[in-house]
Design a protein around this ligand. Structure first.
Ligand SMILES: *Cc1c(COP(=O)(O)O)cnc(C)c1O
Length: 392
C-alpha cells in the first residue's frame, strides 16, 4: 500500500468512463495543417484565430528581443524591475483596446486569479454566468466571496439573483465575453444596465472575443460600443494574438492597484522578452490592418453556411467557435476519430465540459484556413455525419 495509490484508482475510473484525455503530440509550428502523431492533418482545434502563432513578423520580433534582453526575467517585476518591452506592450494594448490602461500577466488564467481576489473578499458577492471559464471560477473561489451562479446569458435571472442579496455588500458581476464551448456572446449591454441599478462592479473576460469581435478585432467592448462602461476587462495573448500571456484592461487606478495587490503579478515572474516582443508585433499587426479579422469572418460565414445547408446543428454560435452537435458522446468520439483518419483534427467534447447529452465536435475556424480546404472539410463532415446517422 502506497499513499498515492488512490491516483491509480482515479486514473482507472477516468479511463473506464471514457473521460481520460489523451494528449496528442504536435511536430512543428501551429498552422492550418499540422503534423499530429506523425500524420499530416487539417487543424480545426486551435485558438490561433488569425494565424499569428507562426507569423514571420512575430517570430523575428521574438528573435531580436532575445538578442537585446536575453531569455529570462530573473525575478518578479516588483523586485528585479520590468523591461521597457513590457511597458510598451501595456501601452500599445491599452491604445488598441481603447482602455485607459492595461497590466500584463503570465496568462489569462493568472489575470483572473490576480484580479478577482483583489476586488472582492469574504464579505462580498460575485454573480457569475454558469458557463464561465474555469479560471474565473477558481479566481472566485480564491477570493472567498459568496458565489452566486446565474443562468447562462440570462439577464432576467441575473436581475432576480442580484435583487435577492443584501445591498450593503460589494457586488461583482463576471461574464465570459464569448463562451468557448458554445460560441455565443454575453448580453453585455443588459448586464451593464443591471449593474448600474445595483451599483455592481462589472467584469468581462474577452479571451475569445479579442482579435475576433469589434472593429479590427478590438473585442467585445468595442462590438457593443461600451467603452468606459465596463470596469474590468480580462484578456489573453495566447488565442488570436498567437503568443502567450494575459492582461487586465481598465482604469489607471485599477492597474496601479493590481501592481500592489495582484498576487500572480507580485509572486511569479513575468513572461519573457521574446514572448512580449512577439505580442507587441501582434498588436502592431492588428492595429495596422483589419484584413486578418475580415478573413476570419469570411471563413467563418462560408463554413457555417455550408455546414447548416448540409443539415448539421451548430447550436447558438455567433462567432468562429463552431459546435457541431452530435448529442451522444460516443458518436462525438467516433466522429472525431473518423475525421482524424480522413485527415482532419477536430476535438470531441462531452460531459462534464458540456452538459450530458450535448456532446459535440468543436470546430475552431481560423484566418489561416484556405477556402478550398474548408470546403473539402465540409465534405468529409458530410460523409461521416451520414454514416453515423446524425444527418437526415
Ligand atoms: C482560454 C481562456 C482563458 C485562459 O487564457 P490563458 O492565457 O490560456 O491562460 C481565460 N479565460 C477564458 C474565458 C478563456 O477562454
Amino acid at each position: 500500500m502506497n499513499t498515492l495509490d488512490f491516483i491509480t484508482e482515479e486514473l482507472g475510473k477516468l479511463k473506464e468512463s471514457g473521460l481520460f484525455v489523451n494528449i496528442r503530440a504536435i511536430e512543428g509550428p501551429q498552422g492550418a495543417w499540422i503534423t499530429v502523431d506523425g500524420k499530416k492533418v487539417f487543424n480545426l482545434c486551435s485558438n490561433n484565430y488569425l494565424g499569428l502563432a507562426n507569423d514571420t513578423q512575430l517570430k523575428s520580433a521574438a528573435k531580436k528581443a532575445i538578442e537585446t534582453y536575453g531569455v529570462g526575467p530573473a525575478a518578479v517585476r516588483t523586485i528585479a524591475g520590468t523591461t521597457t518591452l513590457h511597458k510598451e506592450l501595456e501601452r500599445k494594448l491599452a491604445l488598441f483596446k481603447g482602455a485607459e490602461s492595461t497590466i500584463s500577466f503570465q496568462s489569462g488564467f493568472c489575470a483572473n486569479l490576480a484580479v478577482i481576489p483583489a476586488i472582492v473578499g469574504e464579505d462580498d458577492v460575485v454573480f457569475s454566468d454558469e458557463l464561465n471559464h474555469a479560471s474565473i471560477i477558481d479566481g472566485c473561489r480564491l477570493s472567498r466571496a459568496k458565489i452566486v451562479r446565474y443562468e447562462h446569458c440570462n439577464p432576467k435571472d441575473l436581475q432576480a439573483k442580484i435583487s435577492g442579496e443584501k445591498k450593503d455588500k460589494r457586488f461583482l458581476i463576471i461574464t465570459d465575453g464569448v463562451f468557448s464551448m458554445e460560441g455565443d456572446i454575453a448580453p453585455l449591454p443588459e448586464i451593464v444596465a443591471i449593474a448600474r441599478n445595483f451599483r455592481a462592479i462589472t467584469m468581462v473576460d474577452d479571451a475569445h472575443g479579442e482579435g475576433v469581435l469589434g472593429r479590427g478585432g478590438r473585442g467585445i467592448i468595442d462590438h457593443f460600443n461600451l467603452h468606459g462602461k465596463v470596469d474590468i476587462e480580462v484578456g489573453t495573448l495566447s488565442k488570436a494574438f498567437g503568443v502567450v500571456g494575459g492582461y487586465i484592461a481598465g482604469s489607471k487606478r485599477l492597474t496601479d492597484y493590481l501592481t500592489q495587490k495582484g498576487r500572480p503579478f507580485l509572486f511569479s515572474s513575468a513572461v519573457t522578452a521574446a514572448d512580449v516582443a512577439a505580442c507587441i508585433a501582434a498588436v502592431d499587426t492588428l492595429t495596422a490592418s483589419d484584413s486578418l479579422v475580415k478573413q476570419l469572418w469570411e471563413n467563418t460565414t462560408s463554413f457555417q453556411e455550408k455546414m447548416r445547408q448540409i443539415g448539421f446543428n451548430l447550436g447558438h454560435t455567433k462567432t468562429p467557435i463552431t459546435p457541431v452537435m452530435t448529442g451522444d458522446v460516443k458518436i462525438a468520439k467516433d466522429f472525431s476519430q473518423q475525421l482524424f483518419e480522413e485527415g482532419i483534427f477536430a476535438q470531441a467534447i462531452g460531459y462534464p465540459t458540456v452538459p450530458a447529452g450535448e456532446a459535440r465536435i468543436r470546430v475552431m475556424i481560423s484566418a489561416a484556413h484556405s477556402r478550398d480546404d474548408l470546403v473539402w472539410a465540409t465534405k468529409r463532415f458530410e460523409k461521416i455525419g451520414k454514416s453515423l446517422g446524425i444527418l437526415r
